[in-house]
Design a protein around this ligand. Structure first.
Ligand code: GLU
Length: 470
């Protein structure tokens, strides 16, 4: 095909009720390639399975792409709405002698299949060469493609290289079922042609279809688009990523606390690379992305790497946005943050976000803020509160209440100077202090913990623990 046409890519998901992370990566690659070339990225909803294609299942696709930050151009195309066009193309093929009516019934089909197998080629229906006489159009029948019996079909795949298929191995596929429904391969070819798709980037489970689809393009006299089949995503055990591995849907990653920009960066690296670059912006990904650089080997979902990338984007993220995301986590736990706690979270996030690999962890690292007073200490912490430590912490409390700078750095310096003035190491009082301040919840270093709690709350917690009644 001529390469002068502007690049048009597409993602063509079937509504199944969830968006697999592999579909997300395919969408990303199509998006990046389109943007890299100044082209367009389109969405086609392959909603031909009418039972599964509920409004909610279609919405999952829109929501998934929106969450991932992969906006498609123009209006989405709904495949089911195009069935008449698909049927019209089948009629054209029929009239051109490139398709034929086939009345094979179940038993005959099995026999024909066995016969073909014995002869060492894929299924050809006996109706292919039979003079049907006046066709009995009332009797249910399928319409099959009259594929070439000999020769090869070559797919020049941008990722897999040149892949040769023997035509004898490609059966005369059904284009229109006996109930009048167009089949997948036919609908995809007609839609991709009509949508001016120039590059089809998709999972390599469709590589065999590329051969069949190429034959259909040729039969119609249409340009065959460029194909790029990318290896599927595998789990850490090397098997194809499935529900067995836990998280597979885009929404799973969202609720585990991964940021969309981290997913974009990580998924781009999953099956494509630009030197050794692990962290890059969207603009860099667009500038660098070429589908020809996609890897041919299967890629494995590596949680450590994903966490590393996510932690990077959490550190970069705006604190107000992180606060809203953390609030969602608390809300799904049935413990929504009120106005005051939201303000506390916002103040504390800069102090704890450096250690969080996910938004869920970030939420966990904020729970110490929200412990209800008086905090009940566990036996171990109570055991640490000897008379000596109580007296020492009382002296510390006095210094803290006099401190005029409540930043983490200055509090850390105060603690250090205090330990020196007491002639003891941190170990002599820090564990008890931490328990008093947090009740054992995860927390950052003590300077940050105090700073995040604020002066009043910190001193109140100390007072609760040190008062004679405690
Ligand atoms: N609906 C197909 C799928 O989800 C699309 C295949 C294609 O991209 O051609 O696998």
């Amino acid at each position: 095909m001529s390469d002068s046409r502007p690049v048009v890519t597409r993602i063509a998901p079937s509504p199944t009720g969830s968006m697999h992370i592999g579909t997300a990566r395919t969408a990303l690659f199509n998006y990046l390639y389109a943007k890299h070339t100044g082209g367009r990225f389109l969405l086609r909803v392959e909603d031909t399975d009418r039972e599964r294609s509920t409004e909610a299942a279609v919405q999952v696709i829109f929501d998934g792409l929106a969450w991932l930050g992969l906006p498609f151009d123009g209006e989405p195309v709904f495949q089911a709405s195009r069935a008449d066009r698909h049927r019209a193309v089948v009629m054209e093929l029929l009239e051109a002698g490139k398709a034929y009516r086939c009345w094979l019934s179940g038993d005959e089909l099995t026999a024909a299949r066995e016969e073909a197998q014995a002869a060492g080629h894929a299924l050809r229906s006996p109706w292919r060469d039979r003079d049907p006489g006046p066709p009995d159009l009332e009797k249910p029948h399928a319409i099959r493609f009259r594929g070439p019996k000999n020769g090869d079909t070559i797919v020049n795949d941008l990722v897999q290289g040149q892949v040769t298929f023997r035509n004898r191995d490609l059966d005369d596929l059904v284009l229109l079922r006996s109930d009048g429904a167009p089949t997948y391969n036919l609908a995809v070819v007609v839609d991709d042609h009509d949508m001016d798709i120039t590059h089809i980037i998709r999972g390599d489970d469709h590589l065999n279809n590329a051969a069949r689809q190429s034959l259909l393009y040729q039969a119609m006299g249409w340009d065959v688009p460029h194909f790029a089949h990318i290896p599927l995503i595998h789990g850490e055990d090397g098997a194809k990523l499935s529900k067995r591995h836990g998280a597979t849907a885009v929404t799973d990653f969202a609720s585990l606390g991964y940021l969309p920009e981290a997913m974009r960066n990580y998924l781009a690296r999953l099956g494509w690379s630009h030197g050794d670059d692990e962290l890059f912006s969207d603009a860099e990904a667009i500038a660098w992305f070429d589908i020809a650089d996609a890897n041919r080997g299967a890629s494995r979902l590596d949680w450590d790497k994903l966490n590393f990338v996510n932690a990077h984007y959490i550190r970069l993220a705006d604190d107000t946005r992180l606060t809203a995301l953390v609030a969602e986590v608390f809300a799904t736990r049935g413990d929504p943050l009120d106005h005051a706690r939201t303000a506390q979270a916002l103040r504390a996030i800069p102090l704890v976000k450096e250690r969080a690999k996910t938004i869920v962890e970030l939420a966990d690292q904020l729970t110490f803020l929200f412990r209800a007073r008086p905090i009940v200490l566990d036996d171990k912490s109570r055991g640490q509160l000897t008379d000596e430590t109580r007296a020492r912490l009382a002296r510390l409390a006095a210094q803290l209440s006099a401190a005029n700078d409540w930043t983490a750095e200055s509090l850390e310096a105060l603690l250090k100077a205090f330990a020196e003035s007491e002639g003891v190491g941190f170990g002599k009082f820090a564990p008890a202090l931490r328990a008093i301040l947090t009740g054992g919840a995860a927390s950052p270093d003590l300077g940050r913990t105090l700073s995040a709690l604020g002066r009043d709350e910190s001193l109140a917690r100390l007072e609760d623990a040190l008062s004679p009644a405690a």
